[in-house]
Design a protein around this ligand. Sequence first.
Ligand code: CTP
Ligand code: MG
Length: 228
Amino acid sequence: MTWALLPAAGSGRRFGGEVPKQYLHAAGKPLIEHALDTLLSHPAIDGVVVALAAGDPLWPGWTSLHGKPIVTCIGGGERADSVFAALQALPDGVADDELLLVHDAARPNLCAGDIDNLVDVANACADGAILAAPVRDTLKRADEEVRIVATESRANLWRALTPQAFRRGVLRRALERAKVDGVIVTDEAMAVERLGLHPALVEGREDNLKVTTPADLALAEFLLARTK
Ligand code: CTP
Ligand code: MG
């Protein structure tokens, strides 16, 4: 049984505005619905746990989609707290060695082929796997005056995307350890790396964008109108 965890408890500070970005519409429906739809229409995924902000008035109360269960829980102050809460809310039937896919609610343009590739690699790699894209830009290091000090090599550098896939037991240990150590991890792989493990990088589509700013929403609208 493979479940997905969907952290959706953020307030979208960098985006701004009244409505948290996961509820903003693109191509006719909220970003979170695009994410849920893609995950639950994929044959490899059996259900989703969504982490919501306490008292979230915008959550439509879905309990299933495409005939598969949607479970909700209350998220936490940091993204990792929300993912941990979702992990705890999984049904008992999900064993410690089952694969979990963690995916941002604010990433509406995931394609089924990337889920196929991620699940294939993660099933073969005990340390898990994440979707990622090679860095394409030229990278500059700045000094305190925001002047260029150096051009950094982009060889072997990747941008981490989601979903990120780990076995339930590994993800729980990793998030518990980060919490005990007082380290705020910005993705699940970072927590797993801290255990000394080496998740695999699976090259994913670069248009699997996370909506962070209003410009991203305009781009998502364009991409979703073409592909969905
Ligand atoms: N998230 C969450 N719980 C938090 C913070 C974030 O569940 N405490 C979720 C967001 O809802 C989003 C995903 O994690 O789906 C990725 O986080 P991010 O893009 O940083 O969203 P926000 O934290 O809402 O945005 P910002 O950092 O600009 O405030
Ligand atoms: Mg955030």
